[in-house]
Design a protein around this ligand. Structure first.
Ligand SMILES: [Fe+2]
Ligand SMILES: [Fe+2]
Length: 312
């Protein structure tokens, strides 16, 4: 058998496996996740491993819990945001399979359908938490405006960013959310169900990213690395604006007055936590770094590393 034919069969098998798992674990928002429950504000939302509230040594335990809830609200909104461009890109690349591998096409259509459902779930979460917390919260980025910028970059870079996001989603759940016994039960379940479907997405991201990589010449790949760096810088811009907004909101709703210096400490701590959540935890994820380093050369690794060093 030709090596390329064998490789194609292996790939079709991986797409087929994603379909099989996707069908088996399929869940519905109300029936399986919410079933009449609300978030429990006596508990944290985001676990300490992600919120890094332990580093906010000047806050009381009650304030740390409140800060984890503000961060948890933003965490859900960020997923709703990124899933807008992820779904658009998945639909776009599915075109390559329209008249080709129908198994790959079905896997991507299921991926898209799941991301639409996730966005609906995250919108519903924002509405619920909005009703449960004081007014004044602002989520600064607009999903369509962000998607327009992201989708103007090369497909290689968008798939790289997507693979990064969908792998850190899994790492966050397994390493931080699942083991934390102090979280709101519903908040924890949201990310349990989300993680189950994201596991297939990450496999599909890798398949599609490698497929796109094979299509490109050396110069296109080199420009795509610049695009990926541009996207990470854009993500950081979003995190800077949101950490400012969340610091203002937290200081407004907490039960004491924070002076300007304390407010700045909250903002700086939030920015460090957000950079960990949305950039650095994914970069350190061995599965992501393994895929990335198998696609790029040493000079390109250095360019990415130098860009990341400015965020630490
Ligand atoms: Fe999702
Ligand atoms: Fe996903």
């Amino acid at each position: 058998m030709q090596t390329s034919t064998m490789a194609t069969q292996v790939e079709t098998g991986r797409y087929a496996r994603c379909i099989e798992v996707s069908k088996r674990i399929r869940w519905e928002i109300e029936r399986d996740v919410f079933h009449g429950r609300d978030f429990d504000y006596r508990h944290k939302f985001l676990p300490d491993g992600l919120s890094k509230v332990g580093e906010f040594t000047f806050l009381t335990d009650e304030e740390k819990r409140l800060l984890s809830q503000v961060q948890g609200r933003t965490y859900a909104n960020i997923f709703g945001l990124v899933e807008r461009f992820i779904n658009a890109k998945v639909l776009e690349i599915s075109r390559d399979h329209w008249l080709g591998d129908q198994t790959a096409l079905e896997a991507l259509i299921r991926f898209s359908d799941e991301e639409l459902k996730h966005q609906e779930m995250f919108r519903r979460i924002e509405t619920m938490i909005g009703a449960g917390m004081p007014d004044g919260y602002v989520f600064t980025p607009d999903p369509n405006a962000v998607a327009t910028v992201v989708l103007s970059k090369s497909t290689w870079a968008v798939l790289g960013l997507t693979c990064h996001i969908e792998l850190f989603t899994q790492a966050h759940y397994k390493q931080s959310i699942e083991p934390d016994a102090e979280l709101s039960e519903l908040y924890k379940d949201v990310f349990l169900f989300h993680w189950r479907e994201e596991s297939q997405h990450a496999i599909l991201d890798e398949l599609e990213w490698r497929r796109e990589h094979e299509r490109l010449g050396d110069e296109e790949r080199d420009r795509a690395v610049d695009d990926l760096i541009d996207l990470v810088v854009a993500v950081d811009g979003i995190l800077q604006a949101q950490s400012e907004a969340d610091a203002n909101y937290f200081c407004m709703i907490a039960n004491r007055v924070f002076d300007a210096g304390e407010r700045d400490r909250v903002r700086d701590g939030l920015l460090r936590a957000y950079r960990w959540q949305y950039i650095l935890s994914g970069v350190q994820e061995p599965r992501f770094s393994g895929i990335l380093c198998s696609l790029i050369n040493a000079a390109q690794v250095d360019r990415i590393r130098n860009a990341l060093l400015t965020l630490i």
